[in-house]
Structure formats: C-alpha cells, structure tokens
Design a protein around this ligand. Structure first.
Ligand SMILES: C[S@@+](CC[C@H](N)C(=O)[O-])C[C@H]1O[C@@H](n2cnc3c(N)ncnc32)[C@H](O)[C@@H]1O
Length: 231
C-alpha cells in the first residue's frame, strides 16, 4: 500500500511516491500527490502514471533543463517528478474540465513547484493556447490512450507541437485494455513512428514501484513516439 498523508487541501488525501535508484543508492525523490475520491478520470493517480514517472526518474539527467509538457495530466505524477528533477514543465488537461486543471495546480502546490504553469489543452483542438505554447522537447502522457475515439486527437496535438520542435519526443505509457486496439494506421497517417520501451529497461517490470502497489498486475506498456524520418 502506498503511504498516505493528510493534505492541506480539504477533501484530498496525499499519496506519497518515493523513487529510488539501485545504480545510485544515496539518491531518492519523494513526491506527494493529492487525490480526490471522485469518479472523474483525472482525480487520482492511474497505474500507468507510476510507470511513466519511473521512466522520468530513470532518465532524470537527460531531462534536467529540458522543456516538458504533460498532456491529460490529471493529478500529474510524471510531470511533478520531471519538475522536481529540474525540467521546465507545463502541465495540461482538458480545457473543459476545470476540476482536473485544479488538480494539476494542487499537485504543484503540494510539491512546492511555483514555476510550473497549468494550461487547458483539449486533445485535437488547435486552440490559441496550443499554438502559443513555447517549444517543448518532451511530451509526457500517461493513460491518455484509453479510448480509441481519442487516439487521433492525442496524436494530432503532438503533431502540432512538432512544428516548433521537429525533434520532440512523446513519452507515453498506457494500459493494454484490448488486444484489438492498434495505432499503426494513425501513426502512419500523421508521419509518426513509435518505439516500444521494455519496462525492464528502466526497472519498471515490477508490481510495486516507488513504494506503490498501483502497477500491480496491470498490463502496462511504454512507447516513444516521434516524427518519422526517412527509412
Ligand atoms: C485516465 S486519466 C489519466 C490521468 C493521468 N495522466 C494519470 O495517468 O494519472 C485521463 C486524463 O485525460 C484527460 N482528458 C480526457 N479527455 C481529454 C481531452 N479531450 N483533452 C485533454 N485531456 C483529456 C482527463 O481529464 C484525465 O486527466
């Protein structure tokens, strides 16, 4: 069971995640994520978020000083870990769900992150907010591929970000909920390619991560999406 602490915010309790590194036992990072008991998707940490946060932690040297955007961030565990590791982070969630945007802000406050900005970005909407975003190097998205109806919209949002930085990468984790789902055709349509990342490569092939049993027996996968280059 993950450690829980009373959060200052009414109605939220705080789940604590502690990331360690067997390669460097003196280093660790604890973050506190306020969660609200609510049926909406963006109010608590999803298992895929712990896996993506572990990837971020494992690659923290590479992320220091890099420009990061989290899409569909909800309570924002991966983005908070990236910010605590020294990345310049913007968090985003659906522009039409103020409660989810408030969660992003609450997670920042709980971790003393004053420089992280929160934006309403709805997938697939080429809004002024999306077009005005500064150049990003890495886009994070945990469990944003859960409804096939949204897959193309999520990818289109990433493609818009590629205009400012064609080398940007989309680091994403998802739960395998149906063997029938495939993104191959959409990736091809939008000039993208993807590389699966085995969980064992970043010590995430465990049912318990960062002191949390959330990953459990869920089938979670990680991939990196980027602009397709000539073969
Ligand atoms: C399954 S939850 C995952 C939340 C968080 N990333 C995590 O893994 O803990 C999906 C998230 O996507 C957001 N979302 C859903 N539809 C969206 C849309 N059309 N545009 C932007 N965000 C959306 C939800 O508000 C929610 O925060």
């Amino acid at each position: 069971m993950t450690e829980r602490r009373e959060a200052e915010t009414e109605g939220a309790s705080c789940r604590v995640f502690t990331f360690k590194d067997p390669r460097s036992p003196q280093e660790s990072l604890s973050v506190c994520i306020p969660e609200v008991l609510d049926p909406q998707y963006g109010m608590y940490v999803w298992p895929s978020a712990v896996v993506l946060a572990q990837y971020v932690w494992f690659h923290r040297e590479q992320l220091r000083g890099r420009a990061v955007l989290e899409l569909g961030a909800g309570v924002s565990l991966p983005g908070v870990v990236a910010a605590r590791c020294g990345a310049d982070v913007i968090l985003s969630d659906d522009a039409n769900k103020p409660a989810c945007l408030e969660n992003c802000r609450r997670s920042c406050a709980a971790n003393g992150l004053q420089d992280v900005s929160v934006r309403g970005l709805s997938w697939g909407e080429v809004s002024p907010d999306l077009l005005l975003l500064p150049r990003r190097d890495v886009v994070l998205g945990s469990d944003v591929f859960y409804d096939p109806e949204d897959f193309e919209d999520v990818l289109v949002t990433f493609v818009c970000l590629l205009r400012k930085n064609p080398e940007a990468q989309f680091w994403t984790t998802y739960q395998v909920r149906s063997a029938d789902w495939s993104m191959e055709a959409l990736l091809h349509r939008w000039g993208l390619s993807c590389v699966p990342v085995p969980l064992a490569d970043f010590d995430a092939d465990q049912s318990e991560l960062a002191g949390s049993a959330l990953p459990g027996s869920h089938s979670i996968q990680m991939m990196i999406v980027s602009r397709r280059t000539a073969d």
